[in-house]
Design a protein around this ligand. Structure first.
Ligand code: ATP
Length: 464
């Protein structure tokens, strides 16, 4: 653990990220006025934009850029037999221990082995209970009767909605193996320990893609999907030295998996899983065949109607965990010295906080700021904003000193600011200010939209 933290090179800490997220309206604690609800968070105006953009980037990557992948949005509530077939009713458990003295609750696999062996609480040294298995699925009832016949679960993963629809999609969309189905949606897990802000929550969102392949080709496809998912994060502009692969050892491998790798990100609290790439074999479709009585075999019409149960390569990423990753990855603090363009932006030796989002992910792409409210500058700035609105996510701010307004946009991660000043009235040019370098250039108003488009397309994060 110590070693992991020393490895961390970023400026972010979980406290700083949590407080910035609240201050700027990215993420709020759920039901805060009642003291908050553990394991649940609300996404504010900037947070929902960021989350939607991350989801959009993934969706584009997985569907638009792949002719052989289609989308799906399955229901959260599924027939309870689904979860018997998937193995979740029996196996989706965490080992749990409680402290009899301080009542703290721990995952047995997350406390030091010596504490577990001595049954000693790592916090107060009180006596721990025996380890018991705790199922992570949220259980509720459907309909008015609260009996065993009405038990229903909130889905703990989105994948099963894909498996039960795989035959529908083959038929309706004439898909041929190999092909994939992508889905983004909510999942629920009754996590024993929720900490580190939105990293591990009871209600979260997943972005999953299940790729159906012929048995025997699965290992090749597994390697291919590992490659593609790695390249995706590079394209997103993530610090690649903060990513690494972790292969599941024999003790970690899920009962259905032939091989599994996690993409881990170096969060401020250390290396943690961001996404899993799994070879799930024919386990899921075989089990659904067995439990539903429906034939889940694929019939290969191009190959003498050969029949087989496809193998599945899964890429499973947390959307809300990706939001946290992008926030940590973008977070920076910078000493602003009294030179260059920074001079007009604040006092010497000031620290500015900046979120260096890729412009395609930033909640606001361009903020339009009149230097003064008076003399028609505000009206001109409003007109520019109206023109840009159709194509870009915009903001408008006329309150306070210009340097302070730039800082507010830096904290929100807005990559471009457009400032309207007196010269704008004379020659129809505006100042375009870049978030990362704080450089300012003069651009004719008429060229603004095309210049912004070009800047977004060619954006490269400066090496630090
Ligand atoms: P862990 O071991 O951390 O509990 P897992 O291996 O059970 O996670 P998967 O079932 O493989 O996770 O889920 C796929 C992805 O979904 C994870 O990589 C993660 O990004 C996300 N995810 C899983 N559980 C949660 C959670 N409780 N809160 C937020 N995201 C989660």
């Amino acid at each position: 653990m110590e070693e992991q933290l020393n490895e961390y090179q970023g400026k972010a800490t979980m406290d700083k990220i949590t407080s910035l997220a609240k201050r700027r309206g990215f993420v709020f604690q759920s039901s805060e006025i009642y003291g908050g609800q553990n394991g649940a968070w609300d996404y504010g105006p900037l947070g929902i934009e960021l989350k939607n953009r991350i989801a959009g980037a993934w969706w584009k990557e997985m569907t638009q850029l792949h002719d052989d992948i289609v989308g799906l949005d399955a229901a959260i509530l599924m027939h309870p037999r689904t979860w018997e077939a998937s193995g979740h009713v029996e196996n989706f458990t965490d080992p749990l221990v409680d402290c009899k003295k301080c009542k703290a609750r721990f995952r047995a696999d997350q406390i030091p082995e010596e504490n577990l062996a001595a049954k000693k609480c790592p916090e107060c040294e009180g006596e721990l209970t025996d380890t018991r298995k705790f199922n992570l699925m949220f259980k509720t009832h459907i309909g008015p009767a609260e009996d065993t016949a009405s038990v229903i679960y909130l889905r703990p993963e989105t994948a099963q909605g894909i498996y039960v629809n795989y035959k529908n999609i083959i038929q309706s969309n004439r898909m041929k193996i190999p092909f994939g189905i992508a889905q983004i949606g909510k999942a629920f897990r009754n996590e024993i320990v929720t900490k580190n802000f939105i990293f591990r929550t009871c209600e979260f969102e997943q972005m999953e893609m299940q790729y159906f392949v012929k048995p025997g080709t699965d290992e090749e496809w597994f390697v291919e999907w590992k490659k593609r998912r790695w390249a995706y994060y590079d394209k997103l502009g993530v610090k690649m030295d903060h990513l690494r692969w972790h292969q599941h050892g024999p003790g970690e491998l899920a009962h259905y998996a032939k091989d599994a790798y996690d993409i881990e990100y170096l969060f401020p609290m250390g290396w943690r899983e961001l996404e899993g790439v799994h070879n799930r074999t024919d386990y899921d479709l075989s089990r659904h065949t067995q439990y539903s009585g429906k034939d889940m075999q694929y019939i290969d019409q191009d190959n003498n109607n050969e029949r087989y149960i496809p193998y599945i390569i899964e890429t499973s990423a947390g959307l809300t965990r990706n939001v946290l990753m992008i926030l940590c990855d973008a977070y920076d603090e910078e000493q602003v010295t009294d030179k260059g363009s920074a001079a007009s932006e604040g006092s010497a030796d000031d620290i500015r906080t900046v979120l260096r989002f890729h412009p395609s992910l930033a909640p606001v792409t361009v903020a339009v700021l009149p230097l003064m409210k008076k003399d028609g500058l505000a009206e001109m700035a409003q007109d520019i904003r109206t023109e840009l609105k159709e194509d870009f996510a915009t903001d408008y701010d006329q309150a306070g000193a210009i340097g302070r307004r730039y800082r507010r946009q830096d904290e929100a991660g807005t990559p471009f600011c457009v400032t309207v000043d007196y010269q704008s009235k004379d020659d129809n040019t505006v100042t375009l200010r870049f978030r990362d370098s704080m450089e300012q250039i003069r651009v004719p108003k008429a060229e603004l939209a095309s210049r912004l488009r070009q800047e977004i397309k060619t954006y490269k994060r400066a090496a630090k």
